[in-house]
Write a protein that binds this ligand. Sequence first.
Ligand code: 3H9
Length: 704
Amino acid sequence: MSNSVVNYQLQDQLGIIRIDNPPVNALSHAVRAGLMDALEQANADTSQALLILCQGRTFIAGADITEFGKPPQAPHLPDVISAIENFPKPVIAALHGNALGGGLEVALAAHYRCAVSATKLGLPEVKLGLLPGAGGTQRLPRVVGVEAALDMMTGGAPISAQRALELGLVDIVVKDDLENSAIEYCQQLIADAAPPRPSGALQAVAPDSPGFYDAYRKRIARKSRGQIAPGFIIELVELATRTDIDEGQAQERERFLECRNSPQASAMQYVFFAERAAGKLPDIPADTPVLPVNSIAIIGAGTMGGGIAMCFANAGIPVTLVETQQEFLDRGMGIIESNYATSVKRGRFTQAQADGFLANFSGTTDYADIAEADMVIEAVFENMDVKKEVFAKLDAVCKADCVLATNTSYLDVDEIAAATSRPQQVIGAHFFSPANVMKLLEVVRAKKTAPAVVQTFMKTAKKIGKIAVAVGVCNGFVGNRMLKGYARQAQLLLLEGASPEQVDGAMEAWGMAMGPIAVGDLAGLDIGYRSRRDQGIESCSVKEFTLPDTLVEKERLGQKTGAGYYRYDAQTRQRQPDPEVASLIEDIAARWQVERREIEAEEIVERLVLALINEGAAILQEGIAARPSDIDIVYLNGYGFPIWRGGPMFYADTLGMDTVVEKLKQLQQTTGDAYWEPDSLLLELAEKGQTLNSLNSSPNKDTK
Ligand code: 3H9
């Protein structure tokens, strides 16, 4: 018997369940029901063991996330999993691709596990605001031990089949021909009369050290700040060491439902789909041809150029670095080599891997050498004239279908494209620093960029491990444009009476990875200072720039000089409030006649976040971002916005459009600042009783 997604067959003495539910064999209702039917059938027939394997590119990658918002339908996953564990004949799970979440929980309920070597195994529920809800918190510590189980469940990152073998999570790593290898393994188990071996019957060993769990909580505190699931996971793993599987699972179920019904889970599941949506451009059909990118040239071997080059080299794409002088090339290569050496020291790569990546590099000072490159990314100084000069040179040497990208965080990509005779080949690429670490990439579509070029760049970005978001041309694109209003509010709050530590403290307590003032110190105050002078803004001539201008002129550039808005401990880099800055702020406030007062954390958060929301709405109106979720992906991956709040646009919906508009109007009234005028999109949505999220599913505007 079988249904459309689960097939059962008796083959000699072996019952085989095949799951075929593309794309990732998620545990939809049909799969769960099919598994129950198959178990029933296998129980009744002459099979001596039962093998579970999956068709397609992966083993089960988890519960079906699309079912989470809907009324649950029996059979529920924990019941299916108990039925597998309690099955009277040995059950073997054969893993390939990804065995994740509910998929790994199915595998844990099976009595034996085999996997091909490229399999990834993990319990990533925490990334969706959840905890493993089908026995994972109880079985994993019984199989791999408390600490390894905690690492897998609180971090959510998958482990390799080799690591799973070391931990006892798989029994054997088999040859790539999974089906035949798994059948062979099953036959061996039958021949050995191997009994069912339920993981739930094992004893999870409590850690020796009495302070273990507190120490563990501290260890993950920074990464999991504000999230509810990691704390529950620790609680449940502790429980697994002192109770039986039934009691443990009952408590796990309660905690799982608590998480599942939380706003955090809604936010994080929204982000999961938002990330995938970002890769699909509403106006570019999925079958748009993609140009081959088998070689790349990077113009400029400075910090950005080097970081970008490493992304490509790590993905196995040969890179040619181009510099004006051999000396600069050598210096750039030296930094790249030392970055790899640090990664090897930290265990991120093996020496052999790093050597392999380095072998993908070559360098030249002659543009003629890159005539055959499939893609060129310019990463020279952020200056329009310099960039135009580079593009004119590229236009002269590069082959006709070469993709020409400019790495810029502010400049007008249309103007750069116009420096060539082929603007359709030109695209913007706003990488974030350090480029080899940061996942976000704003892909800037200029007016004339050809769809195939956009598609090629988006696909290439995925290949090099980036989360790419297509944006349109405007000053600062999505991320930095929104940052402007946010940073401005932070400065105004300082003058009105909040201290740097109050502003940062409020935003960090709210969930931002780092407050806006500390971010300034980290990035270096000289960057903004120089850019303001480039734009012809005189030092200390604008209220909200007076403090940073003054600090730079006092040679307080931020962390790199040991002092900026804060003072920094030379050893620990810990920030400390500085009375000198406090009195400087008071002086500046007096100079600008700003009345100072007590400011509550709530006001700080409200003003900063509303500034993001209002600008985000304007960006949508102008078609600079195609959908609200794209803006959220930018803020989550490039600006330290807390994932469990879903991003600024999602957060606006949780406040409600009416509230957002009302608060903006209030601010406009009390401050007289035109900046607070609610964007017309927000007004329109509030009037119609609609959400920003409703724009994610409606036919989207294209990024222009
Ligand atoms: C869970 O298991 C809870 C249990 O503990 C307890 C329950 C009681 N459901 O990412 P891709 C779709 S929670 C539904 O582009 P890749 C995805 O939206 C779950 N759909 O491919 C996309 O659709 P579209 C724990 C899913 O090769 C398509 O599949 N598991 C699911 O780059 C391709 O996805 C996880 O959190 C799903 N579970 O990466 C794993 N997964 O084409 C989540 C994917 O329409 N999944 N889709 O845009 C992943 O991490 C990646 O998808 C994976 C493949 C690594 C598997």
